[in-house]
Design a protein around this ligand. Structure first.
Ligand code: TYM
Length: 456
C-alpha cells in the first residue's frame, strides 16, 4: 500500500504507532487533510507514555491527554503543567433563515461550504504554535430572523423543521456538528438586547440589506423595528458561540463587519481596567475579553453570489415574489426543468464566462460548474462554448436535477423520521445552550448586572 493511502485512510492511532521517521516522511505529502491527520498523530506521539492501544477513539484521546477549555481562548490557567497541553476550541457557526424553502444560493453559497468544512477540518490538529486545535461546528436554523418580515405562523414550524432536515440531507453530520433551532436557545434574544444598547443607530442605517428590504416593502411604516435591528441579533448569534469563523455568502459580509465592530466597542466600553477584573473575580469567571472577533468565510468561486434566473444582475433570493427567479433545493425535476427553460438569456452566440455584458451566461455557467464540483472550468467551457442556449439549458437542467436528487431523497427520509430529527435538535439545543449561557453570563458581568440571588 502506498504511504499516501496509509495517511489518508488509517486511524490516527495507527498513524501514531508508526515510527517517527515514517511520519516525518509522510509530512512531505502536501494535502491539508493529511497534514492535520499527521499533526494529530504527532501530538499523540509527543504525549506518550499513554500506550497507543489504550486510546480507543478521538474523544478518549482528548480526555486523557488534554484539558479542553470551555471558551475559545487559549489560557495558561486552563493548561495542565506537562507540555504541550494547550488546547483551543475553534468554533464555526452559521445559519439560514427558514423563510419559505431554501434555494440554490443558500445551498451553494452557505450549506455546502459548511459540509465541506465539517468533512475536511473537524479533525483535531496541532497548529504552528503547538496548540491542539479542536473544532466545533454549530449550525442553527435562525427562526427568530424569519419573523423580521411578515410571516405566516401556520408555516413557521414546518419551514423550520424542513430547513433543519435539509441541513442533514445536504451532509451535515450530527456526530460532527450541532444542529439547533435559534429560538430554542433564549440567550440569543437576551444578548441581542444587551448589544442593541451598545450599537449606535447610524451603524445600522448603513446596512445595505436593510435599505434594500425596506425599499422593497414600500415604506418604513410597513416594516417592523426587528428588520432594522436584525444585524444585531445576527451578531448575538455569532458572538454567543465565540465563533472564529462564519461561513456565509457574499451578501452577509457587511453584517460580519458589523459584528466585529460591536465586539470592539463592547470591549472598549466594558472589558477594561481593575473594575472589570473585580467584577469577573466576584463572579468567578476568567478575565478574558467577553467575545471573539469573528471572520467571514466566503467561497471564492461564483457560488458566493448566485444570481436570479430572471435577472443576472440581482441576487437569487427568497424574498423575490417570482418563484421562477430561483431553484429551490426541493423543487421536483419537472419544476427545475421548466424554470431553466424559462430563465433569462441573451442574444449572443455561444456560451461564455465573465463577459460583463452577459451576466446571465456567467451566472448559469457558475451554477453549471457548482453542481459538477469535480470538473474544471476549462473542461466545462470546452464542452459548452459552441452550444446554443437551448442545448446548454438542457445540459444545465440535467446537471442540477442530478446533483439535487440524492439530497432530495435523503431529505424525505430525514423529514419523515420525526423522532430522529427531534433527537438531533434536542442534542443540538442542549449543547448550544451550554456554550451560549456561559457567554451571556460573561456579557452580563462585563456590563455590571447583579447576579441571580443565591439560595441562603
Ligand atoms: P439568509 O437566510 O438570507 O441566507 C442564508 C445563507 O445563504 C447565503 N445566500 C447566498 N449565497 C449565495 N448566493 C445567494 N444568492 C445567496 N442567498 C443567500 C447567505 O449569504 C447566507 O450565508 N442573516 C443571515 C442568517 C443568519 C446568520 C446568522 C448567518 C442569522 N444569524 C449567524 C451566519 C451567522 C441571512 O439572512 O441569511
Amino acid at each position: 500500500m502506498k504511504i499516501t493511502s496509509i495517511i489518508t485512510m488509517a486511524p490516527i492511532t495507527i498513524l501514531a504507532s508508526l515510527p517517527r521517521s515514517v511520519l516525518s516522511l509522510a509530512f512531505t505529502v502536501n494535502s491539508r487533510t493529511n497534514t492535520s491527520r499527521i499533526n494529530a498523530a504527532k501530538f499523540i506521539l509527543r504525549n506518550r507514555p499513554v500506550p497507543v492501544a489504550a486510546i480507543g477513539n478521538r474523544s478518549q484521546l482528548f480526555s486523557t491527554k488534554a484539558t479542553t477549555v470551555d471558551d475559545s481562548k487559549t489560557s495558561e490557567e486552563n493548561v495542565p503543567s506537562t507540555k504541550p497541553q494547550k488546547t483551543r476550541n475553534r468554533r464555526i457557526l452559521s445559519g439560514v433563515q427558514p423563510t419559505g424553502s431554501l434555494h440554490l444560493g443558500n445551498y451553494l453559497g452557505a450549506i455546502r461550504q459548511w459540509v465541506d468544512f465539517q468533512d475536511r477540518e473537524t479533525e483535531p490538529f496541532v497548529d504552528d504554535d503547538g496548540v491542539l486545535v479542536k473544532t466545533e461546528n454549530y449550525f442553527c436554523v435562525v427562526d427568530l430572523h424569519a419573523i423580521t418580515m411578515p410571516h405566516d405562523p401556520k408555516e413557521l414550524e414546518e419551514s423550520t423543521l424542513s430547513s433543519a432536515a435539509l441541513y442533514l440531507a445536504a451532509g451535515i453530520d450530527p456526530t460532527k456538528s450541532k444542529v439547533f433551532v435559534q429560538s430554542h436557545v433564549s440567550a440569543h434574544t437576551e444578548l441581542s438586547w444587551l448589544l442593541n444598547c451598545v450599537t449606535p443607530m447610524n451603524w445600522l442605517e448603513r446596512m445595505i440589506q436593510f435599505k434594500d428590504k425596506a425599499r422593497k416593502a414600500g415604506s418604513t411604516e410597513s416594516v417592523g423595528v426587528g428588520l432594522f435591528t436584525y444585524p444585531i441579533l445576527m451578531a448575538a448569534d455569532i458572538l454567543l458561540y465565540q465563533a472564529d469563523r462564519v461561513p456565509v455568502g457574499e451578501d452577509q459580509r457587511q453584517h460580519l463587519e458589523l459584528a466585529r465592530d460591536i465586539v470592539r466597542r463592547f470591549h472598549d466600553l466594558y472589558c477594561k481596567g481593575n473594575a472589570f477584573k473585580k467584577r469577573c473575580k466576584k463572579a468567578g469567571i476568567p478575565t478574558y475579553r467577553t467575545f471573539t472577533e469573528p471572520e467571514a468565510m466566503i467561497v471564492s468561486e461564483g457560488s458566493a453570489r448566485v444570481m436570479s434566473l430572471t435577472d443576472g444582475k440581482s441576487k437569487m433570493s427568497k424574498s423575490d415574489k417570482d418563484d421562477n427567479s430561483r431553484i429551490n433545493v426541493l423543487d421536483p425535476p419537472k419544476v427545475i426543468r421548466d424554470k431553466i427553460k424559462k430563465c433569462k438569456t441573451d442574444a449572443f452566440k455561444g456560451i461564455e464566462w465573465d463577459n460583463p455584458e452577459r451576466p446571465e451566461a456567467t451566472n448559469l455557467l457558475d451554477i453549471y460548474a457548482a453542481v459538477q464540483p469535480n470538473r474544471s472550468r476549462e473542461d466545462i467551457i470546452e464542452e459548452v462554448k459552441d452550444l446554443n442556449w437551448g442545448e446548454f439549458k438542457q445540459l444545465l437542467a440535467d446537471a442540477i436535477v442530478k446533483h439535487l436528487e440524492p439530497i432530495q431523497l435523503k431529505y424525505k427520509e430525514v423529514r419523515e423520521d420525526e423522532e430522529y430529527l427531534m433527537g438531533v435538535l434536542r442534542n443540538g439545543a442542549s449543547a448550544a445552550n451550554e456554550v451560549a449561557s456561559a457567554t451571556l453570563n460573561a456579557a452580563r458581568v462585563a456590563m455590571g448586572f447583579t447576579a441571580y440571588p443565591a439560595e441562603r
